[in-house]
Ligand binder design. Sequence first.
Ligand SMILES: [Zn+2]
Length: 267
Amino acid sequence: MRLRSFLPILGLLITCSFSSCYKTIPKSKDVELGALTSNQIHSNPKQYPLLSKKDHPIAYAQLQRVVNNILESPDIKEKGTFAYDSITIVHDDEIINAFCTPGGYIFVYTGLIKMAKNEDQLAAVIGHEIAHAELRHSVKKLTRGVGRQAIIIAGAAAAGASFGVFIAVEVGNKILGLGMGRDQESHADKKSVIYMGTGNYYSSLALADFFEELAKSGKDIRIPPIISTHPDTENRIYRIRKWAKKFGYRTEYGENPEFTVLQNSIP
Ligand SMILES: [Zn+2]
């Protein structure tokens, strides 16, 4: 039986039909799945041309600084569990995006670093991606898609087990291809506002301002996951501003003079 046809059948057999089923999967599996996905990205330089950490230490140190600032929010719960210290820069100026795998492996495109008007906007987008990991959105979707057992097996393979490697590859590919639903995006937007608002570094309006600038620039077609799945960008902007106001978070922008160092360190 070909692998491609095998996995859906496996999924059918053991897919958990309850939407809360993902909660029975330990969070350590998220990290294993993230490692698996991260490895797949690192071994696919054609699709993901990565900026070398060795050759660009300043860029990486600066980005880690931004992520550390975000992580100071008490609302990010998986700091000790998830791999938020694993950051990779994808060298592609055409893609204005970032993403975070299950378990917290963070990927940021050079296009986003260059396009962001200030550090607050960059942080807000990364915060949105961290929220997807915290809320376990991919794992939730996967549980319904390929089944709980496939996730466990893939995680085990990622952690070094010799069995289940083919399932791991399929699951990794699935993770990379997962799109988020409107509700999940909205939830991640809200969490990003909360992370910015409770973290004391960044403006809680930065995400809305970033979306607005993107929409104005007409570049939104090129950023699939963040905007193109959402014809309702205006609605998102409206809601982000509403949350920021409702929660009483700071709306002014920080100084962050080091942001120029980060931008200048990107080739
Ligand atoms: Zn998202």
